[in-house]
Design a protein around this ligand. Sequence first.
Ligand SMILES: NC(=O)c1ccc[n+]([C@@H]2O[C@H](COP(=O)([O-])OP(=O)(O)OC[C@H]3O[C@@H](n4cnc5c(N)ncnc54)[C@H](OP(=O)(O)O)[C@@H]3O)[C@@H](O)[C@H]2O)c1
Length: 252
Amino acid sequence: MDLKPAAVVTGAGRGIGRAVAVKLSAEGYRVALTARGEDELRATAALCAGETLVLPADITSSEAIDRLFTAVEDAWGGAGVLVANAGAGESAPLVKTTDEHWARMLEVNLTAPFRCVRRVVPGMLDRGYGRIVVIASVAAKRGEPYITAYAASKHGVLGVVRSAAAEFAGTGVTVNAVCPGYVATPMTDQTVAAIADRTGRTPAQARAALAAKQPNGRLVTVDEVAGAVWLCVTNAALNGQGINVDGGGVQS
Ligand SMILES: NC(=O)c1ccc[n+]([C@@H]2O[C@H](COP(=O)([O-])OP(=O)(O)OC[C@H]3O[C@@H](n4cnc5c(N)ncnc54)[C@H](OP(=O)(O)O)[C@@H]3O)[C@@H](O)[C@H]2O)c1
């Protein structure tokens, strides 16, 4: 049997990462699943059609990243696909954004994907094949109130993607970002709760307000995001792009 490349999906315990892992597995990929919570990873593994590795790790630790990719090399000879999806969103008015909040956003959304790319790419270059997809956000392309640190981290990671794509062009390794609008995931549930808390709106009103931010009037689905990841994995001519999956809000 023609063995497909192995994939690593970070933040695979729920939300977008789970949908991406399930999609890659359904397409015949062996998928290494990582996040901090092992129970959620096992639940994702149970939804996958084929072989998986469950590798709990805190992606903000450089050592944990090294152990993660070493485990994939030991088991499968390395990763042909990396989907750097793990991330977090915190909001606050700019003047109430503490140094700790700022550092948390940059560590998980910017530094961690950079370190994953740096760790995975030598093996990809050796093999002359790699597909790297970072889940950024439309907040990588435009700002919004109360998300200064998150938007800065996502703008930054798009810079990593674009520079890496330029540096590795022609090697068989491509690097792209998928930039969703508001997606129906547990992260958005937290955003809904925070808006309801801050504004006194009901959770249903808060969710409707987020849905209305997409010109098509609804939240993006995790499968729509996974579909854009699949495009990046299967189309070798896509490189250095940030593909917006947001119902048409950001046109760039
Ligand atoms: N939801 C949206 O509307 C939206 C929009 C645009 C972009 N995005 C981006 O899409 C990505 C996924 O978002 P989501 O909505 O699916 O989020 P989610 O439902 O909260 O899931 C996040 C995943 O990342 C993992 N994770 C978080 N911090 C981690 C850490 N320090 N180490 C390892 N794993 C960690 C979580 O697992 P553990 O907590 O168990 O570690 C979980 O599996 C993020 O990068 C996010 O910024 C989301």
